[in-house]
Design a protein around this ligand. Structure first.
Ligand code: KIV
Length: 271
């Protein structure tokens, strides 16, 4: 710990140093100023302005209706109250179909206050990742369950379960890293695959349903506060259980990710 002392802004260099020292990275989503300020007070190092706002803010059943304009609005809201967390903003569905469009969309998010953009996909995004990085846009890749592809996948399903699918995902991760991605979100994959990919890469992996061995963890804020409607995914823990305030719940999340208590075995998937 110790990177938050004096409210110094968290840079990618600091996140990579934490990873090198095997300190777990804490990430949560936020979409507004109040929660941005609260996450900063609680010591969350990375705030993800996720396109999950399509679900939790806008009430859609998927993230596909979210636009760049809406991502810009929410990135600005979060950035206004941000004191030191590293901000990652999602490139929404169909906003990075080719390198030029990706750069235009990413530039809008960076101007709104993002420190890095996140995009979904593997080797088919390598050219776009490289193009963005060469033009000074830091990139976080996202593999495993890709919510923007839900209509193609036919639902929210655990990915990388077979031996072949697992090896293919590892190759995809290596390709994203080689293209210049500096971070990788792994969503809904077997814990053993989360561990394997984390061991093989030198960039940090951030898991959401990818087991305890990723370099850090992320959850959707509303999920970990237990206020999202419906049955939560297996990888979610309700941190409001046993806590009297949102602040106490978020601090517990930070503590449990740092100590390795969260995610437990019960939050993971078998291969
Ligand atoms: O949009 C989002 O909140 C995300 C997380 C699920 C990682 O991409």
């Amino acid at each position: 710990m110790g990177y938050l002392q004096g409210d110094k802004p968290i840079s990618i260099t600091k996140l990579l140093a934490m990873h090198a020292e095997r300190e777990k990275i804490t990430m949560l989503t936020a979409y507004d100023s109040t929660m941005s300020a609260l996450l900063n007070r609680c010591g969350v190092e990375v705030i993800l302005i996720g396109d999950s706002l399509g679900n939790v803010i806008q009430g859609h059943s998927s993230t596909t209706p979210v636009t760049v304009e809406q991502m810009v609005y929410h990135t600005e809201c979060v950035a206004r109250a941000n004191t030191h967390a590293f901000l990652i903003s999602d490139l929404p569905f169909a906003s990075y179909g080719d390198p030029i469009q990706a750069l235009d969309s990413a530039a809008e998010l960076m101007r709104a206050g993002a420190d890095m953009i996140k995009l979904e996909g593997g080797d088919w995004q390598a050219d776009i990742i490289q193009y963005l990085v060469e033009r000074s846009v830091p990139v976080c890749a996202h593999l495993g369950l890709l919510p923007q592809s839900v209509h193609l996948l036919g639902g929210y399903k655990v990915q990388g379960k077979s031996k072949d699918a697992a090896s293919h995902m590892l190759e995809q991760a290596l390709t994203c890293q080689a293209a210049g991605a500096q971070m990788l979100v792994l969503e809904a994959i077997p814990s053993s695959l989360g561990e394997r990919i984390t061991e093989e890469l030198h960039i940090p992996t951030i898991g959401i349903g990818a087991g305890p061995d990723c370099s850090g963890q992320v959850l959707v804020l509303q999920d970990m506060l237990g206020i999202s409607p419906g049955k939560p995914p297996k990888f979610v823990k309700n941190f409001m259980d046993g806590h009297q305030s949102i602040e106490a719940a978020v601090k517990a999340y930070v503590r449990e990710v740092k100590s390795g208590k969260f995610p437990g075995l019960e939050h993971g998937f078998a291969g």
